[in-house]
Ligand binder design. Structure first.
Ligand SMILES: Cc1cc2nc3c(=O)[nH]c(=O)nc-3n(C[C@H](O)[C@H](O)[C@H](O)COP(=O)(O)OP(=O)(O)OC[C@H]3O[C@@H](n4cnc5c(N)ncnc54)[C@H](O)[C@@H]3O)c2cc1C
Length: 431
């Protein structure tokens, strides 16, 4: 790799020594999340010199954060169902997963000496329920394989001569590798490194990139001050949500979510975040219907509510007859007109199908992941940018999205591998 010094002299000398010691082909991997680290592994195994650059003081920060939730690596459901989770991008993600899918990923994790287990929901986790041991073992393997890590190197694009430009604590630095593999992540949780600042760097080069939008995110609801103060932070358990978009497509999920001070969030809501976000973007609002008692039929609820309540309060009547209390009862008070409380049929209907208006998705930075990114149409089957031969893209920075459940990490790992294999194949064709 040819380093052109634009900053500190010592840095340039060190880089030049690295260059002399390396094999004659070099690839710069920019971004040290799961996609970039996986790419670095494949490239190093392929015998090229790998320089991995990351803006942060250490790699894998979002991966480690994902570990706080147990690190859901992948899912054990049948492959066809797994593929369906990538929705409109199924066709583009399928070849990546055919080459390195959930099973291959599990074997790879075991190869690092990490045990895994499948939870009751079919999701797969490391037994330790965290990312640190996996990342530590992986980095050791990468260092042994000769991957050179360059931390605190913020990539700022290309200069006029086509060299990569970095800002480092030692000043500006440029590098001219034989190929570049971008794995810069999406645009959420910017404090962990992936801030989406790469987007204009690619669009300036004419590469089509879809705007980054929140995915697996919460939504705002205009709660009253009373409800917000009383119930923010309360989990809504054993509920179902039904949403029919303006195109007539219907979605139903059962599970749980959390009432927040701004609205609602949690796995059941995240699962519908893509159609909800798109509906709000098209119509200004998305109306979901909550079933607060999914295990009871409407008629049974109406019958129970119709029984005489004597001198008991409505709150006691709801609790003893249909098990509605706490935040569920609060939601009814918040969203149902007072006159419906004296009509068992209308109150029963509200319990089974409570309309709730979602007025906006929470900001991108709060989302678990982002939709949008580099358009697959801009890439060839090796994930190389058609208009910039030798530049490859991978991970969450590509234009796909998926729900939580291990689908995000699996596609990041597999696209990192695919882009690295593509880079090796491309370098071969260059002789
Ligand atoms: C709270 C939370 C929990 C999650 N839990 C799960 C889970 O359990 N299962 C799951 O499948 N997914 C989970 N995810 C999503 C998953 O972590 C991401 O999809 C995944 O990390 C994306 O990998 P990536 O390699 O594409 O990008 P990232 O992991 O975001 O890595 C990108 C890297 O690029 C670097 N970078 C960015 N810009 C520059 C630049 N200009 N110059 C140099 N370096 C740069 C960043 O510093 C970063 O290290 C979770 C996400 C969050 C926020």
């Amino acid at each position: 790799m040819g380093f052109l010094n634009a900053g500190h002299l010592n840095g340039a000398i060190q880089s030049f020594v690295n260059h002399l010691m390396s094999s004659d082909r070099s690839v710069a991997v920019i971004g040290g999340g799961p996609a970039g680290l996986m790419a670095a592994e494949v490239l190093a195994q392929g015998g090229v010199h790998v320089d991995l650059y990351d803006a942060m003081p250490s790699v894998g920060r979002k991966f480690l954060r994902a570990g706080k939730g147990g690190l859901n690596l992948t899912h054990s459901e049948p492959y066809e169902i797994f593929l369906s989770r990538y929705g409109a991008r199924r066709a583009q993600i399928k070849p990546l997963l055919d080459a390195f899918g959930p099973e291959a990923l599990i074997n790879w994790v075991h190869g690092l000496g990490i045990d895994t287990f499948v939870g009751t929901s079919g999701r797969l986790f490391p037994t330790a329920m965290k990312a640190t041991p996996l990342l530590r073992a992986w980095l050791q393997r990468l260092r042994k394989a000769g991957v050179h890590f360059h931390m605190r190197h913020v990539w700022r694009g290309w200069d006029e001569g086509g060299a990569l430009c970095f800002e480092t604590p030692r000043g500006s630095l440029s590098a001219q590798p034989d190929a570049v593999l971008l794995a810069l992540g999406g645009g959420s949780w910017a404090r962990l490194g992936s801030n989406g600042a790469w987007l204009p760097l690619l669009t300036q080069r004419g590469i089509p990139v879809a705007e980054l939008r929140p995915s697996n995110c919460g939504f705002d609801v205009a709660w009253s001050e009373h409800f917000r103060t009383r119930f923010a932070g309360h989990p809504l358990k054993s509920v179902a949500v039904v949403f029919t978009d303006s195109g007539g497509d219907a979605y139903r999920r059962q599970g749980e979510c959390i009432v927040t001070k701004n609205g609602v969030e949690g796995s059941m809501i995240y699962a519908l975040s893509a159609p909800l976000r798109d509906e709000i973007s098209a119509k200004g609002v998305a109306v979901i219907h909550l079933d607060l008692a999914p295990d009871k039929g409407l008629q049974r609820i109406v019958d129970e509510l119709s029984r005489p309540r004597g001198s008991r309060s409505m709150a006691k009547h709801l609790r003893s007859r249909v098990g509605i209390e706490g935040v569920k009862a609060g939601l009814l008070r918040e969203l149902v007109p007072p006159e419906d409380f004296v009509d068992s049929t209308r109150l029963g209907a509200a319990i089974k199908s409570l309309p709730m208006r979602l007025i906006s998705p929470r900001p991108l930075d709060e989302a678990i992941s982002s939709a949008g990114g580099v358009a697959f149409e801009a890439l060839d089957e090796r994930l190389m940018v058609r208009s910039m031969p030798g530049v490859f893209c991978s991970g969450e920075m590509l234009d796909w999205e998926a729900p939580t459940g291990g689908y995000l990490l699996t596609a990041c790992f597999s696209s990192g591998r695919a882009a690295a294999s593509g880079a090796l194949a491309w370098l071969k064709t260059r002789g």
